[in-house]
Design a protein around this ligand. Structure first.
Ligand code: PMP
Length: 398
């Protein structure tokens, strides 16, 4: 049965993690992996999460099945966090949300829903985007198209080119995927005026925006990071939002995310949501309970919420502080290239502008592990390794 099958090469980022693990050099640095790390290179469990888990251990009294959308009380949790508590959309009933296994689960359900119900719709993603976007939508049978985004010359955004391509090529009913904030992999975000322009465009051309909010709180703040997406939500008829609690609650392995659908009326939203329920049932039946129970416990207790907000701010401040330090130390190390753009980027990742050759030399001669694309995971930098990192980059870049 399986003789004809050939092994496929795995995710190159996983290969990078293994190569780093096996490297005996004590100075080795892992800038590949996409999880938050503290100054000791550890991915911690947040105190607010530990406290919520203690409460759950005490109070949880059943492991019976949940519904296909997860716990009913989780629906407002998703909406309040993503849209903001006073958002009139919530009271209007035009939005429905369900819990999913991570942001990935939300995207997979969205892909199945689009594939089965929005015939002929193509998905537009940024060049580059998170690799799994292509895989998820391809596997659901949705054609994936690419719009320009990253400008390798300026290490910035090609917004005019993005709009020119979209204006020339989108068809009514196509789906436009936008990263809410902390663009993965580049770290370069759309600014508010871009969201305004895109909102007009979506309305003019009859597109369905799909917002991927995987890093809310890691850029400029929990509300600030979603400002553009909230503006769009307030001004379009229909929208999908896939959000993840993996990063901002540090509960990666618990697999907790949300899928929200906004439609032009509450009746339409309910009908579409029931069809989304079918897609969930056919995929994994229902999401795991623990992560959502933790998030719900934290966000329904004002003290725990306040503690969690401080912890998110600490993660955000650490990353933004590292960006500043990196820029300053690289400049001091006498490197010829201007790296100040790193400070303007947001979130876990930075497209560093390092070439493939430079990345390979950093790996083979300095044991510094950066993805072939030049994407660096900023959280992998620490006070202990930043000097060695900047000196090594300066030697390789010249
Ligand atoms: N979208 C983007 C852009 C991501 O970077 C990630 C995680 N790497 C996800 C979605 C999925 O996150 P989760 O782990 O919650 O499935």
């Amino acid at each position: 049965m399986f003789q004809h099958l050939k092994a496929v090469s795995g995710d190159p980022l996983l290969a990078l993690i293994i190569a780093h693990k096996n490297d005996p050099n004590p100075k080795k640095i892992d800038l590949g992996v996409g999880v938050y790390k503290d100054d000791n290179g550890h991915t911690p469990i947040l105190n607010s999460v530990k406290k919520a888990e203690a409460i759950l251990l005490e109070q949880e009294d059943s492991k019976s099945y949940l519904g296909i959308y997860g716990a009913a009380e989780f629906e407002p949790v998703i909406q309040n966090l993503v849209l903001g508590e006073d958002n009139p959309l919530i009271a209007s009933g035009r939005i429905r949300s369900g819990q999913t296994p991570g942001g990935t689960g939300a995207l997979k359900v969205a892909a199945d829903f689009i594939s089965a119900n929005l015939k002929g719709a193509r998905l537009w993603v940024s060049d580059p985007t998170w690799g799994n976007h292509q895989s998820i939508f391809n596997s659901a049978g949705v054609e994936v198209k690419v719009y320009p985004y990253y400008d390798a010359e300026t290490n910035g955004l090609r917004f005019d080119d993005m709009m020119a391509t979209l204006e020339a090529e989108v068809q009514e009913g196509d789906v436009l995927l936008l990263h809410a904030c902390c663009h993965n992999p580049t770290g370069i975000d759309l600014q508010f005026n871009h969201w305004e322009r895109l909102t007009e465009f979506v309305k003019e051309r009859g597109l369905l925006p799909l917002v991927d909010a995987a890093y809310q709180g890691f850029g400029d703040g929990l509300d600030e990071d979603l400002a553009g997406a909230r503006y769009m939500a307030a001004n379009v008829q229909d929208m999908l939002i896939a959000n993840s609690f993996s990063k901002n609650f540090g509960i990666y392995r618990e697999r907790c995310g949300g899928l929200s659908i906004i439609a032009s009326t509450a009746d339409e939203a309910n009908a579409a949501f029931s069809i989304i329920g079918q897609a969930i049932r056919a995929n994994y039946s229902m999401p795991p309970a623990h992560g959502a129970a933790v998030v719900h416990t934290i966000l329904s207790d004002p003290e725990l919420t306040a503690e969690w907000e401080v912890e998110v701010a600490e993660m955000r401040d650490r990353i933004n502080g590292l960006r500043e330090k990196l820029v300053a130390k690289l400049a001091k190390s006498g490197v010829s290239k201007d790296f100040s753009f790193i400070q303007d980027q947001r979130g876990m990742f930075s497209y560093s502008g390092l070439t493939l050759e430079q990345v390979r030399t950093l790996r083979s001669e300095y044991s510094i592990y950066i993805a072939d694309t030049g994407r660096m995971s900023i959280a992998g930098v620490s006070d202990d390794n930043i000097d060695y990192l900047c000196e090594s980059i300066a030697k390789v870049v010249g």
